[in-house]
Structure formats: C-alpha cells, structure tokens
Design a protein around this ligand. Sequence first.
Ligand code: PLP
Length: 451
Amino acid sequence: MSKLEMQPSPEPEARSPSHLFYLSSLRRPLVDRAEGIYFWTKDGRRFIDGSSGPMVANIGHSNRNVLEAMKRQMDKTTFAYRLHFENEPAEELARKLASKLPAGMDRIFFVSGGSEATESCIKLARQWAVVTGQPKRWKVITRFPSYHGGTLGSLAVTGDDALAESFTPMMRVMPAIPAPTAWRDRDNLSMEQRGVRYADMLEEKILAEGQESVLAFIMEPVGGAATAALVAPDSYYPRIREICDRYGILLIHDEVMCGSGRTGKFLGGDHWNCRPDIVALSKGLGSGYAPLGALAAPMRLVEPLLAAGGFQHGHTYAGNPLACAAGLAVLGEMDRLDLIANAAAMGDVLIDELKALQKRFSFIADVRGKGLLLGAELLADPETLKPIDPARKATQRLLDHAYARGLIIYGRKVKGGVDGDNFMVAPPMIITREQIGEMISIIGDSLEALA
Ligand code: PLP
C-alpha cells in the first residue's frame, strides 16, 4: 500500500535469499494456509488476522461457497475482454451491487483495485465536466491526512507529503483541508459545532481556489489507514453535501476501506444517509478472493459521457468474469450469513472492549470508528496531546508484541493532524464474541508492554 504502512519487525533470516522486493527487503514468515480469521505459516505458527490484512478479508478466508463459485467460473472462462464480450458475473454483480447502494447509484464500472477505483472516480468526474461544458473545473479537493491510493492520479489526492514528495514534478498535488479531528480540539465549541467548522473549511478552500476551478471533493466517510478510523461529528456530513451542492462540486466518497459492509452498513456513508455523487469500492468487495474494485455513479453523470463517445478509461483486467464471480459470491455470503448485522453487533462488542482497555491504560487517548473498522490513538497525556513516545515508536512496539503473540493488528507511521501513535483493529466480519475475547487479551498484554 504505502511506505507509511507498518509491518512487524523482521525476524532472523532463516531462508534462502529472495528475488522479491516490495516496500523493503524485510522477510516475513511464509504463509501456508488461511481459514476463517486465522492464518497458518509454513513453520507451524497460527496468527489471528485482526486487521483482515489491510482491511480486505471481510468475509474471512477460504470461504467454501466463494471458492466453489470461483471454480465453477474457472471451468467456463477466466477472462473475456470487455471490448469483445459482456459476461454474466459482471452483469449480475453490477445488479446486486446497485441494489445495496443508495437509490440512483446504479451505474457500475469495475476495476481491479482501490487506487484504480479512486482514480476512475476522478476521471469520470473530469470527463463529465468536460462534456457538460465545464472544462475549467479540474481541482479535486482532498483532506489532510488521507490515503486514496498509490497511482499518480490517486496519489495526487492523497493528503500525505511523505508519499508524494518524490513524484511531485510528475503530478499536481491537489488542495487539501484538514481531516475533521474534532476530538483533539481544545475550545469551547460542542462537537456538532466543530463538525460544522471543519465542513466550512471546504467552502473556504473552494473560494480560495476559485469556485469555477473546483471539480470535486474526495473523502472517506469513516476514515481508514491515514486517520485510524476517524469519524467526523454528525453535523459534518450534511454540511459537506450542502456546500458541494452550493458550488456545483461533485462529492466523491472513497469507500474502498470503509465500504462493503465493514462498518455495519453497506457503505460507511449510510450511517449518515449521505448522498455522494460517485462512490469508490474495492478491498472487501472481493474480500481477498480476487482483485476487484468498482466505481458507482448515477445515470445523470454517466449518460453525458456515453453520449459523447464513452468513458475514456480502461484497465485490461477490469470486469473479468473470474473476479466478478468471486465478488458476486462474496456478496452472496454476506447476505446468507447476515455479516453486515454481525459486523454491527461484534463492532459494538469490540469497541466496548477497547474502551475498557482505555480505562485501564491512560495513554489510550481516543477509541473510535464504526462497526469493525476501529482505531485507537495513543498519547502520553490526552489533555495536552503530548506524544506517548517522542520517537514515535510505540505503534511499532505494539505491533511487534501482538505479532509475537500471534495477532496481526494494523499500524501506520504517524501523520500530521492525527499525530499520536495509533493502531487499528478490523477483523473479518465473521468474527465471534469468543474470538474477540482472544484478540483483546493479546492487545491488553501488548499494551501492558507499553505502559
Ligand atoms: N482508498 C483507500 C481509502 C484505501 O484505504 C486504499 C488502500 O489502502 C486505497 C484507496 C488504494 O487501494 P489499493 O491499495 O487496492 O490500490
């Protein structure tokens, strides 16, 4: 995902040299198999997937019905190029997805991942503006910090200087407003007043940039990796919509991490009945069974493009029958097992447990999130916002302790605006109360080591 994403510290080298490289040359244990919420490594260890990888494996690993559906599809065809053939799994998945999205969000465009999804949203917005006679609109306002992907287009709207710095000559970094970290503010305003104040920063930014040049605003309704599950005050969401409407700006919701049921509703924005103009989905949509992502938009945005010659955007593997069959089976399992309701119920259990840990450890400054997308921020003194560790190594130590005890939790290097050490817990939506108990006991032990 990004160089700010953290991994447990390296283990002693015991294997032959590798030709692989990724973010670094650190070696990880070799995985053998995975089932439900667990991984087993070749050397015989078991890990609880407490973050569903990077919040991907929503329905858990090795779901038999999904594997069977994929095998059935493999026996027919794994690939049929979009320009040559339509395929039934893509058709059916689009229909099923539209039925779960807010009314009118019924035009679906498939891609193969999260960065492709957010980039597609931006390109759709831009082409819509061009074909509807608004070619001066091109700026996409984002929030700082935020993460919307690693391709140059999605990186341009990622509010993160460290990730962008090597590439700035090759792209335009888009304007940003602060993420709504209202819980940190020390003023006399209520949370709802703060929510309005953070939303009003969008209006100020639009006016500063020149309203005729602004195309869209992109945000995660429930924050992901860059903000450790940050949730804005309720007043933020309708105010953002109001401002976008006032200036004719498209509202893009990046639901790559918070969508697909993880927060206890199909979309994160459904908690506030949000009406985005374009939605990006990925991660939980394919749940790790196949690379899959999607853009959803209403006919009023898509029709003008199609009438003007089509969406000038495409990726070879997008909408392939195998990935779509996997996605369709994933949504089928989500319905059959009522996993969104389970995410809501188990999310309540998990957040209560994290809040109980907060009572035990005074350095847990904030516990937040929705459903099974939860985060905690660590500060030495929540009142003065003094960091728990001046070297900002607390998250690393926490991750290492948990990993050594067989639990994977998620951490990211500290960013401005949300600058305590922090961690995220986001297990698969099939998790049970007992399994939450198992996770919490390891998290408690690991926090003990920080105290
Ligand atoms: N958007 C959000 C909110 C994400 O969290 C991510 C990845 O973590 C992306 C986009 C990019 O997704 P991918 O890594 O699949 O390209």
